[in-house]
Design a binder for this molecule. Sequence first.
Ligand code: GRF
Length: 186
Amino acid sequence: MEPRCLRLAILASGRGSNFLAILEAIKQGRLHAQIKVLISDKPDALALQKAEEAGIPHIFINPRLHPDRQSYESEIVKELQSREIDLVILAGYMRLVGKVLLQAYPHRILNIHPALLPSFTGLHAQRQAVEYGVKFSGCTVHFVDDGMDTGPIIEQVVVPVDPGDSEDDLADRILAEEHKLYARVL
Ligand code: GRF
């Protein structure tokens, strides 16, 4: 029997390169899934433009039109449920996830972080790694809980930090691995 095609939703706030890498894996037949919608909290996110160009349904949901996170996330959940989404994929989504989303999709929300968790959580993980002077960093795919980059780890890839690396050098090297890792984990 054919495995059921995973119905994915992407939540993204930024440039959307992980979204595009997942889409490419689907097109190449490496991942049996469909991206049913991309949702962004930023009206000018490049990810929305990339979704438009790729013909993927995309929505901007404005958090400012909501009195609190619960109300904002309820609107997201409504969009996800109407599309019968199986997995919610955070790809550069710059908000903490709250209980409305977590309760609607228990153990079905994944995130990718550009460091070897539990090291270097939060913003500028690559800069933190360079400044700390670690010799190896990497990326992590994990289940999302209500903390910042704290949920159970699913898979990691190690990336060396070369002497003299700038934050951008390391970010580029990690990003190339992120693009392979996310599709593989899914
Ligand atoms: C990635 O580095 C990811 O690990 C982090 O945010 C960045 C998103 O990049 N969570 P992109 O929008 O997928 O290009």
